[in-house]
Ligand binder design. Structure first.
Ligand code: XIL
Length: 313
């Protein structure tokens, strides 16, 4: 077995993992990352973000992103570009630029068209995390300056740069039905009504052991009913440390629940874990008492969560 094999047998396009450039020097890690029975899709965890790709205005640096793309291509893996427009990991020339509306729209247009034009033929998280948890727009530099228009500009620029790219909006805390997932559904409706290109909703799924929302399947269905596809884009299920057998067993169930929700909806096309091993998880750096969120432990040994994923498909 392998996770990509079981995902494809269930009719999904892919099972994938995020990765990052420094990790590509870790030979045992790389051997597993490039195993297409486990992963037939890769997402760069950092190297295509704005700060990494346009550190000063009009100067684009693709070296790190290109290395991840080459890895994926060498192994015949799909790639999700991540991301064009996000309020974090911005270069200071954007975050403190004090641009007027027209100028910032043109900056977003240039950034997205250059990025998506360079990495043609991919799936793209074009807009990342536009909403607050209560479903209102996040007061980012983009929203504060352009209103919702930055979303339209980014999506239209991406479509013009690569008509074949799949264009997503991606967010967290939209796993179950809630105010934020309703806001996402309303945005998709509104974009479609305006003829703005939108192909998919990305559900990040940074979840907590024992707290997977029970409405995940109906929530995925509410998105696909709008005529877009869905992907689980950044799955990890963290626990409060230390690891116990009981927590690992609950985590296994939780992974199975998430995968089963995606499996049940044909428009849910794939699942990506936010790296595959606890060795490289982002969780401990952000939530210091938590971790062990991924299906392989820090020694690259499979955890019960791995079997939960297989069982879910
Ligand atoms: C994270 C990376 O994994 C970290 O290495 C980085 O320090 C911060 O960003 N939502 C997203 C991802 O869309 O881009 C974030 O990635 C995790 C949360």
């Amino acid at each position: 077995v392998g996770l990509a094999l079981v995902a494809q047998a269930a009719g999904k396009l892919y099972f994938g993992s995020a990765t990052d450039n420094p990790e590509l020097n870790d030979a045992p890690y790389v051997a597993l990352l490039g195993d297409t029975m486990e992963f037939n899709q890769i997402t760069p965890g950092n190297s295509m973000k704005w700060g990494a790709t346009e550190p000063s205005r009009g100067t684009f640096t693709f070296t790190k992103g290109d290395a991840i793309v080459k890895f994926a291509q060498d192994n015949g893996q799909l790639l999700r570009g991540h991301n064009c427009v996000w309020h974090r990991q911005l270069p200071s020339w954007v975050s403190s630029g004090n641009f007027d509306n027209a100028t910032l729209q043109s900056i977003v247009q240039t950034h997205c068209s250059t990025l998506v034009g360079h990495y043609k033929g991919q799936i793209w998280d074009v807009v990342n995390e536009p909403f607050n948890d209560d479903g209102t727009w996040r007061a980012s530099i983009f929203y504060n300056t352009t209103g919702p228009s930055f979303v339209n500009v980014a999506l239209q620029a991406a479509r013009a740069a690569d008509p074949n790219a799949k264009l997503y909006i991606n967010d967290y805390n939209i796993e179950g039905t809630c105010a934020k997932s309703a806001a996402m559904a309303n945005l998709v409706k509104s974009l479609k009504a305006q003829d703005v290109p939108i192909d998919g909703v990305g559900i990040q799924a940074h979840l907590i052991v024992g707290q997977v929302p029970s409405t995940m399947q109906e929530n995925i269905e509410q998105f696909t009913a709008l005529g877009v596809e869905v992907a689980i884009t950044e799955l990890d299920i963290r626990m409060t440390l230390p690891v116990t057998d009981a927590l690992l067993q609950q985590q296994k169930k939780d992974y199975q629940t998430v995968i089963a929700a995606c499996k049940a909806v044909s428009g849910c096309v794939g699942v990506t874990v936010w790296d595959y091993t606890d060795k490289y998880s982002w969780i401990p750096s952000v939530y210091p008492t938590q971790g062990a969120a991924l299906p392989w432990d820090a020694n690259l040994t499979k955890k019960p969560a791995y079997d939960g994923i297989v069982a879910g498909f």
